[in-house]
Design a protein around this ligand. Sequence first.
Ligand code: FPP
Length: 256
Amino acid sequence: MKSDDLHALGLDPERLPVHVAVIMDGNGRWAKKRLLNRVKGHEKGSESVRILVKACRELSIPCLTLYAFSTENWARPPSEVSALMQLLKKFLSSERDEMKKNGIRLNVLGQLEKLPEDVQRAARETMDATGSNTQMTLNLALSYGSRQEITDAAKILAGKVKTGELTVDEICDQVISDHLYTAGIPDPDLVIRTSGEFRLSNFLLWQSAYAELFITPTLWPDFTRSEFIDILTHYQKRDRRFGNVECSMPSDGSPQ
Ligand code: FPP
């Protein structure tokens, strides 16, 4: 989208977030309000996913991470887990061409190997088909848990210290970041949670250290492009100090 078009939407093209992460919550409540099965809420939620991916691409936001299935979600009734897996598979296959066409690269964060074989296959095929795209990265957090991610990183680092590949003194913030599932991905600037809950629910705990948090009461299936733009305008008004004073970015560009 051109600079003028962004200005027309009330957005400053220079202050757009690089990485937006979303906790998509409220599908079940959306369905319950309509006396529908929870799965209907997830189905409608998949449409909101498509709308948001398209909006980020159009607004030139280079990185979007969606919390689609947590490590804790395995405890849901098997019928709901199975319906969610089918929806994910459908999304991964049906959006493949659209993602290819629009320069979007798919990436999965989490324990991909825990997902059913057919979902893993659909994810791998889409990652392969979109791997060379550079306009935008869509990270789907699948069977994702932040504590699991940090535990995995701790084990890898301990192993490297044991073999002498790394010394204890070399372990710093950057080295830990480099061993998370999100290695190479910038930390989120903005974390949005729908449905009015004030929790991070084991999502990007390390990476969100300096993220701006935005909680909306809107249930995920009702989330729209225009609300997203509204959130971005609010985000642009926030004073990001990164633990510093006054200036909105630290002088060396890194969080402190
Ligand atoms: C939380 O709502 C949502 C989930 C656990 C799953 C999110 C999945 C989708 C939006 C659809 C499929 C995803 C993609 C990427 C196509 P909830 O069920 O916890 O809602 P509740 O708190 O109201 O019960």
